[in-house]
Structure formats: structure tokens, C-alpha cells
Design a binder for this molecule. Structure first.
Ligand SMILES: NC(=O)c1ccc[n+]([C@@H]2O[C@H](COP(=O)([O-])OP(=O)(O)OC[C@H]3O[C@@H](n4cnc5c(N)ncnc54)[C@H](O)[C@@H]3O)[C@@H](O)[C@H]2O)c1
Length: 291
């Protein structure tokens, strides 16, 4: 069944990996797809593949860190397809290093692509979606955002993507726009970059599961579809055969109250009430149920 029939969707970074897998599936699902990438050959190839399989797609070569280029991309989508119903904020960049060794330029580039570029896409897309009073945005974050040694800058940028998801979901709901997040996993070029860096440091390959980029695309298809009406501000983690919802940041109960908090009072609480409640680092998986 074509769950996205008639919907126009921009997928950033769709020239390879997870974005390309989404372009292929969304094309088969009836969406009119703007295949964005900074790499012209890759974008053209994926768009041609979607068309060869009977879908509708155009390649849009643009660097999402250019505010004007992103504006032109959204305008072209509306001009050629009549609307912008979905944005898959997928383009991303990883450069690994320990925080004491990371290079200034690498840090800036990761923030620029993963946070600023993603923001530009949402800025332009949301204006169009607000005018339409409908739309769905899927922000591609990462499980790394809950804490990931050797990739802390990337993880922090993806944390910003998660936080953006909560805020935009709250801001845009009134206009009929839903914003959700994806924590994907794929044996993509990015995985090769990670394992290449680890090998250069004498480390074993990353322990994360090796799964195909294709396994992520059905979650995006669902979140963009009308079947996901009522799903807003959620982070969905897919790791091959496993699907999970992330909890949102929350205050642990009970919240303690007294007229004011001085050093001794705080120290006492950390030795008593909080002693057994310090949170584990990283993502906690509570339970796996085989369906
Ligand atoms: N691969 C994984 O296991 C994994 C895990 C968690 C999160 N992610 C996230 O999923 C997304 C896709 O990752 P992937 O593994 O397919 O990566 P990839 O490197 O295989 O593909 C990313 C694509 O984005 C494009 N791109 C990069 N910068 C761009 C820019 N400024 N403008 C436009 N396009 C740009 C690249 O040219 C490339 O085609 C990323 O946001 C990544 O952080 C991936």
C-alpha cells in the first residue's frame, strides 16, 4: 500500500546510506521525493533509481549549511510538487576524537552540519508547513546523544537534535505539524568512518549491531504518514530487528523541597535520598520482548 501517496518530501543527505534508503522506500510508498545531497553524483543516482522504480523524484544538490540554498530547495519543492508535506532532516557528519584532542575546525564543521544546517532546513520547511497548516518533520538524531566516548562532539550535536525535536513538537503542534526523531543504525559510510578511526587507534570495531540502512526507512515512512497522527515529539530508536521508544528527560521523584539549599543540605541529600538514585551513564535498555 502507498502510505505516502501525493505527499512531497525533502530528504537531506539522501545520496547514500540511510537517506538513500528512505528515498527508495518513500518513492515506492507514493511520495514525491526531493533527494538532497551535497554530492551531485550521489543525489542524481538515487533520484534516477527512484524514478526507474516508478516513483517521482528530483535531485537537489545543496549544502544544508547554506541558508539560502536550503530556502531555494524548499521553494523548488513547492514549485515542482505543489507542497512540502515532509522533511527528513537526515544529512549528518561524524568526525571522531577525544574531547582533549578534537580539532577546532572539526568541531565547528560538526556543529555546522548536524545542528545549524538541520536548523536551516526546519526554519524554511516550517514556514511552508505553517502556511499549509500541515506537515511532518523527522529529525535524525542518534543513540550516541545519551553519551558516547570518542565521539562526544557528534553526540552533543545529536543531543541538540533530540532537544530540538521536543521544542519544535511543542511549538508547531498548533499548526498541525508533527515533529519526531529517529535514532537509526546502519552499516553505512558513517559506520566505516567510525571503524576506520577506531582501527587507527588500535581499537576494535564499534560494538553496535551491523544492520542495513534499509531497516531504518519504514520508521520514517510511518512517522511521515497520516497513520502517525497523534504521534508528536517522540524519539524512536530502530536497530535492525529492535524497535524502541526513548523516554524523555524527566525529573526523578520525589522532588525535594526546603526553604533554600546550602552546601550542607545538598551534601546530606547526596548521602541519603540521592545515594541510590545516581543515574547510569549511557542508554538503559530495560527489557526486550520478542514479537
Ligand atoms: N549509520 C549509523 O549507524 C547512524 C547511527 C546514528 C545516527 N546516524 C545518523 O543518520 C544520518 C545518516 O547517516 P548515514 O549513516 O546514512 O551517513 P552517510 O555518511 O552514509 O550519509 C550521509 C549523507 O549526508 C550527506 N551530507 C553530509 N553533509 C551534508 C550537507 N552539509 N548538506 C547536504 N548533504 C550532506 C553526505 O554527502 C552523505 O551522502 C546522519 O544524520 C547520522 O548522523 C547514523
Amino acid at each position: 500500500m502507498q502510505h505516502l501517496a501525493g505527499k512531497s518530501v525533502i530528504i537531506t543527505g539522501a545520496g547514500r546510506g540511510i537517506g538513500a534508503a528512505c528515498a527508495r522506500l518513500l518513492g515506492r510508498s507514493g511520495a514525491k521525493v526531493v533527494v538532497n545531497d551535497v554530492d551531485p553524483g550521489a543525489a542524481e543516482e538515487v533520484a534516477a533509481e527512484v524514478r526507474a522504480n516508478g516513483g517521482i523524484a528530483i535531485a537537489e544538490v545543496a549544502d544544508i549549511t547554506s541558508y539560502d540554498a536550503v530556502g531555494s530547495m524548499v521553494a523548488r519543492c513547492v514549485r515542482e510538487f505543489g507542497s512540502l508535506d515532509g522533511l527528513v532532516n537526515n544529512a549528518g557528519l561524524i568526525i571522531l576524537d577525544l574531547i582533549n584532542e578534537v580539532k577546532e575546525d572539526d568541531l565547528r564543521r560538526m556543529v555546522e552540519v548536524n545542528v545549524i544546517g538541520l536548523s536551516f532546513c526546519a526554519m524554511h520547511a516550517s514556514r511552508q508547513m505553517i502556511a499549509q497548516k500541515s506537515g511532518s518533520i523527522v529529525n535524525v538524531s542518534s543513540g550516541a546523544h545519551t553519551g558516547a566516548p570518542t565521539m562526544s562532539v557528534y553526540a552533543a550535536a545529536k543531543g541538540a537534535v533530540a532537544t530540538y525535536t521536543y521544542s519544535w513538537a511543542m511549538e508547531l503542534e498548533q499548526y498541525g505539524i508533527r515533529v519526531n526523531g529517529l535514532l537509526p543504525m546502519a552499516d553505512s559510510r558513517m559506520r566505516g568512518i567510525t571503524d576506520g578511526w577506531r582501527a587507527s587507534k588500535g581499537l576494535a570495531p564499534h560494538p553496535a549491531a551491523i544492520v542495513s540502512a534499509d531497516s531504518n526507512a519504514p520508521v520514517v515512512e510511518f512517522l511521515l504518514s497520516d497513520a502517525a497522527r497523534g504521534v508528536n515529539g517522540q524519539l524512536v530508536k530502530v536497530t535492525g530487528s529492535q524497535l524502541a521508544l526513548m523516554t524523555h528527560p524527566a525529573q526523578l521523584h520525589p522532588v525535594l523541597e526546603r526553604p533554600s539549599w546550602d552546601f550542607d543540605a545538598i551534601d546530606a541529600v547526596f548521602r541519603t535520598e540521592f545515594a541510590g538514585k545516581l543515574q547510569p551513564l549511557g542508554t538503559a535498555t530495560l527489557d526486550v520482548r520478542v514479537l
